[in-house]
Design a protein around this ligand. Structure first.
Ligand code: NAD
Length: 487
């Protein structure tokens, strides 16, 4: 079994299939975005490894299904406790691997990963009950039955948090699982795989296969042995996955990108608005929910911009392991080049870049300066496409109707932020905003009971509460007649 030593722990670099670590001949090189440090070579799987994993998950399925919500819940709760006990290690390895802030991993992200597992284990035991109802003396019994093998494909921007957000409900629902993590961030998934074994999860219930999307991911989504595909990632990949799923009519859920608006109404508390706008640079802008289009009422734009630029120019960019750092590096040289491409093309088109607009030369490496583009052409790609970096655009509006029209004038519909001083005014705007999640005078407040997902090209389906189980389970109605009984 191959492994690497990272942050004081030994992490296997092979897949976990049927409770065993399996190394592939081919490998993927893994480096840290913080300083380019070589972290290790991870196994790179393809159709062969996926086939082994799907078969293992299919064999493990009936016994896992038959454990029922309480039996599964006991193991899942142990798993959640193990994550909690290993928050520090998980935070350290995730930061090394994806460059997001260590303090957010410690305080928010890793505890949330544990909560993702515990919440759905409890929900499956307590909430998945539907009162029987009668039709002309016949009784309807609605149940959520395990569906089989769930294929879970995840991105690199919040690797373990996003993976557990799928693993929790899938396993609690009684499905067995194959996780295909993003190729740039395999570490936390491998450490987590060890925790599933320590929690007593039977072999084959949770499997992880590392490898490129075009090989391991494609083989997984095409496989006829899977019953669900849950994907978080980009729109172009989602289109490929939707086509693969269509072949076997496998149900899919897609959590995709966004170009969300942050709307500052004329009655907004501008200090609050500027603070919320600064939060859109979190995780170096590599957040699907980020409100990257700042739409500001023309009467307050000067005051807002002054407050915003003042805060933005004081942002502490640097090593994500340091407590005072607010913005860390981008994930990978290819991704940095993509961000630079967007900004350079905008510059050539004459965009007014009032802040940042280039890599941070002092820090070097993968650090890109927090950037603000003023009033770009509303048809330009920088205003329409997801940059997925620390690049915000600002536009002004003259009235509510215009604000709403601008906010909805996008192919995405993931999230929106509205900043207003009057409840009625905010409600007037939120009513017709097209987005899966809207925050009013706040950002990133999340509750696992709430639905989460995107409208339009930001996705298909919703996670959270019973919505997750509606996807991972087969919802069944058993109608029992009053007649025909011999007892
Ligand atoms: P990506 O689409 O490039 O990759 C995501 C995953 O898909 C990776 O594991 C990758 O290996 C796999 N993949 C790639 N090609 C595949 C194929 N042909 N078949 C099967 N799998 C394949 O996305 P990314 O760059 O890793 O992540 C960034 C994107 O994710 C952004 O668009 C961001 O908005 C989105 N995202 C959305 C949410 C959400 O909840 N809506 C959350 C986080 C990130």
């Amino acid at each position: 079994m191959n492994s690497i030593s990272v942050a004081g722990v030994e992490i296997p670099t092979g897949h976990l299939i049927n409770g065993h670590r399996i190394d592939s001949v081919r490998t993927l090189r893994n480096t840290s975005p913080i300083d380019g440090q070589f972290l290790g070579d991870f196994s790179s799987g393809g159709a062969g490894e996926i086939d082994l994993a799907v078969n293992a998950a299919r064999v493990a399925f009936p016994a896992w299904r038959d454990l029922g919500p309480s039996g599964r819940g006991e193991i899942l709760e142990k798993l959640a406790t193990l994550i909690e006990e290993n928050v520090e290690t998980l935070a350290q390895i995730e930061t090394l691997d994806n460059g997001a802030l260590l303090r957010s991993h410690r305080k928010g992200v890793m505890p949330r990963a544990a909560a993702n597992i515990r919440f759905f284990a409890e929900w499956a035991k307590e909430q998945l009950k539907h009162e029987p109802f009668e039709t002309r003396g016949h009784i309807n019994n609605v149940s959520w039955d395990p569906s089989g093998v769930a294929a879970l494909i995840t991105p690199w921007n919040a690797p373990l948090m996003l993976a557990t957000w799928k693993i929790g409900p899938a396993l609690a629902a009684g499905d067995t699982v194959i996780l295909k993590p993003a190729e740039w961030t395999p570490l936390s998934a491998s450490f987590f795989a060890d925790l599933t074994m320590k929690a007593g999860m039977p072999p084959g219930v949770f499997n992880v296969v590392f490898g490129p999307g075009e090989e391991a991911g494609a083989a997984l989504t095409k496989h006829p042995g899977i019953s669900r595909i849950s994907f978080t990632g980009s729109v172009p990949t989602a289109k490929i996955i939707a086509k693969a799923a269509a072949e076997n009519l496998t149900p899919i859920t897609l959590e995709l990108g966004g170009k969300s608006p942050l709307i500052v109404l004329e009655d907004a508390d501008l200090e609050l608005a500027a603070t919320l706008a600064i939060e859109q640079y979190d995780n170096a802008g590599q957040v699907c929910l980020s409100g990257t289009r700042l739409l500001v009422h023309e009467k307050v734009v000067d005051d807002f911009t002054r407050l915003f630029v003042d805060k933005a120019s004081r942002i502490n960019q640097g090593d994500p392991r340091h407590e005072e750092t607010q913005v860390g590096p981008q994930i990978h040289p290819d991704h940095l080049a993509r961000i630079e491409g967007f900004v350079e093309r905008a510059r050539k088109e004459g965009a007014d870049i009032v802040l940042g607009g280039k890599p941070n030369e002092q820090l070097g490496g993968l650090f890109y300066q927090p950037t603000l583009v003023m009033k770009p052409n509303p048809e330009s790609e920088i205003f329409r496409e997801e940059v997925f970096g620390p690049v915000l655009c600002l536009q002004t509006f003259a009235n509510d109707e215009q604000a709403l029209a601008m906010a909805n004038d996008t192919e995405f519909g993931l999230a929106a932020v509205v900043v207003s001083g009057r409840r009625e005014h905010a409600a007037k705007i939120t009513k017709n905003l097209v987005a899966g999640t809207i925050w009013v005078n706040c950002f990133f407040v999340r509750d696992l009971r709430a639905p989460f997902g995107g409208s339009k090209k930001s996705g298909i389906g919703r996670d959270g509460g019973t919505w997750s189980f509606d996807f991972y389970a087969d919802v069944k109605n058993t109608v029992v007649a009053p007649h025909g009984w011999k007892e």
